[in-house]
Design a protein around this ligand. Structure first.
Ligand code: SF4
Length: 431
């Protein structure tokens, strides 16, 4: 079965941070035929390079395609938080820009002796110095990178929290945070890896008929009564949010934002007014929100202060769930802001933290940040499917009516191939 000619560059980037060397090698057709892509191919590559404590970043065949919500890249690594293998989803434009930069999978081995950032463009990998970004907060570091690089399309970056070895450190996609609650930023810091920049081009030529097939899926979705296009707050409702917090949400001004090719945004940018105690002045701020569980954890702890506190987590590169666990129930906003700053400079061990339930194994496997809004078995099946194909897991758990065959049909129309795909993905799921 050779389905992927249009869907991959068929290239793997190998970076050795210890030697400061890199190469681009062909993607093994046999691995792709068996494992299809995303988390499953990442796992295979992880085993091949296991002795070098690798970090693998990979896309699926549908990443960057006409399929709905085809935004996904997956980071696979040994989680310092959970101690086991973890697949963390990276959304927004991370997946498409990675694929359009000319490679499908990236294996990052070893550790550098000084801070480095990777730059990938037209299938070539550069290992650049990142010394000047250490200790710099995320918005400022992004400004610096945008001045230094021509058109950096997608930037995965760690902040001061990771630089200082803070246990709640979390990677940021641009200045938008991420779903890294598994210690990806902590692992990157241990490799002296500050970030990865993908400079995508204009995309790949995808198979004929894919545009029409996507239009049919989107039309069916819009006709569905349960389909609401309400951004971040609607997802909070699905997870379950207390009445008193709903009032706080209603007062802010929301603008829905979507990842690459997503027809139903669950992210939002929010405009909020607050009294900055450090300047003693009332200001209006904008914040991009993508981490539903992180937002809820902070909101439960500190009510209306959730907005400035979330901004502070983004600035220092901290996971809001880890922060919420450490913040006191009472006290002033200034005390909480100072506590977050303190957390970002305090080294420690990355260890389990959880608000409420202890994460179950399947949640740990996918980084403990994808909302549990479906029964366990169905959740696991949908998340695995998304993580292999390169489609957003949040989108697939929100819309279980989109069948696996709806997605496979972007890859092939041939009945035999569709069944082979189904069998192979079942096999991965069950093993
Ligand atoms: S469902 Fe949400 S996280 Fe997923 S692609 Fe759409 S906007 Fe992005």
């Amino acid at each position: 079965m050779k389905l992927f000619d249009n869907f991959y560059n068929m290239k793997v980037g190998i970076v050795d941070l210890t030697q400061l060397s890199s190469e681009v090698i062909p993607l093994d057709e046999q691995i792709v035929a068996e494992k299809i892509g995303g988390a499953a191919v990442n796992e295979d590559l992880f085993k091949q390079y296991e002795d070098d404590t690798p970090l693998i970043i990979g896309v699926g065949p549908l990443t960057g395609s006409f399929a709905p919500a085809s935004c996904l890249a997956v980071a696979t690594f040994l989680s310092p938080r959970f101690g086991g293998l973890c697949h963390v989803p990276l959304m927004l434009r991370a997946g498409p820009e990675m694929k359009f930069s000319g490679i499908d999978f990236l294996v990052i081995k070893g550790a550098a002796s000084s801070p480095r950032i990777l730059h990938i463009d037209k299938g070539a990998i550069r290992i650049l110095s990142a010394e000047h970004l250490i200790g710099v907060d995320i918005p400022e570091a992004l400004q610096t990178l945008k001045k230094e690089m021509t058109h950096p399309r997608s930037i995965l970056l760690t902040g001061p929290a990771a630089d200082n070895g803070a246990p709640g450190a979390s990677v940021s996609t641009g200045f938008n945070g991420s779903l890294d609650k598994a210690g990806l930023a902590f692992l990157m810091a241990s490799k002296n890896l500050k970030g990865v920049i993908f400079n995508g081009t204009d995309g790949l030529p995808f198979a004929e008929g894919n545009l029409k097939h996507n239009e049919t899926i989107e039309r069916n979705l819009s006709a569905d009564e349960g389909h609401k296009n309400d951004g971040f707050p609607s997802m909070l409702d699905k997870i379950g949010i207390e009445e008193n917090l709903k009032g706080i949400i209603r007062k802010a001004k929301w603008r829905n934002m979507a990842c690459y090719h997503c027809p139903s945004p669950c992210m939002s940018s929010v405009k909020f007014k607050w009294l900055d105690p450090r300047k003693n002045s009332r200001i209006e701020d904008n914040l991009f929100l993508s981490d539903h569980l992180g937002f809820l954890a902070l909101a439960k702890k500190r009510g209306k202060d959730v907005f400035p506190l979330s901004e502070s987590c983004h600035r220092f590169g901290l996971d809001p769930v880890a922060v919420a666990e450490k913040l006191p129930e009472s006290g002033s906003l200034l005390e909480s802001l100072n506590a977050i700053e303190e957390m970002s400079v305090t080294p420690g061990k990355s260890e389990p933290h959880h608000i409420g339930e202890v994460p179950r194994e399947m949640h740990k496997l996918f980084g403990d940040a994808i909302p549990p809004i479906l029964p366990d078995e169905l959740w696991k099946e949908r998340v695995w499917l998304s993580m292999i194909l390169g489609v957003c897991p949040i989108f697939l758990i929100r819309f279980p009516q989109i069948s696996e065959f709806d997605l496979y049909k972007f890859l092939t129309k041939n009945e035999d191939d569709l069944n082979i795909l189904k069998e192979r993905i079942r096999f991965i799921l069950e093993n």
